[in-house]
Design a protein around this ligand. Structure first.
Ligand SMILES: [Zn+2]
Length: 147
């Protein structure tokens, strides 16, 4: 019966402010912890949707759009898409959805790199995507008309 009220008597009074002398008396390890923690902190990070990423993602979107238009241009001129099945490419909504999905996938991969603090790789995903898609679009437009 006395167990219910006993613990309340064992609670120590709340600690008051710690004086500098008390801090100096603490073991050395607890005084070195903050400096150890700060030496492990990586360089300042950035918001995922920062200006650079927004520009890169816009670039990816532009290149996917150019891929879409250049592929249709090439098909109208009697050439064939080699990488994607015809029934996908000739379905306007389906092909547009595929272009949008590849943009979203690219941003997703960037986000994974950002999450794991590989901020350089995060940017390179978009840079490589823009380069490859840009090359592909230029190639499509450069193909000779077959008809
Ligand atoms: Zn990042």
């Amino acid at each position: 019966m006395m167990a219910a009220s006993a613990p309340a008597q064992n609670i120590p009074p709340p600690p008051g402010p710690i004086s500098i002398d008390e801090v100096a008396a603490l073991p050395a390890i607890s005084r070195t912890l903050p400096s150890m923690a700060s030496s492990k902190v990586s360089p300042p990070t950035h918001f995922f949707w920062d200006r650079e990423n927004l520009l890169l993602f816009a670039g990816v979107g532009v290149m996917r759009t150019l891929d879409y238009t250049s592929t249709h241009n090439m098909l109208r001129r009697g050439r064939e898409e080699l990488l994607i099945p015809d029934d996908v490419v000739k379905n306007d909504a389906g092909f547009a959805a595929l272009e949008a999905a590849s943009s979203v996938a690219s941003i997703g991969v960037s986000y994974i790199f950002h999450h794991f603090r590989h901020h350089t790789m995060e940017r390179w995903v978009s840079i490589v995507h823009i380069s490859v898609a840009g090359f592909g679009a230029a190639h499509n437009y450069a193909l000779k008309t077959k008809r």
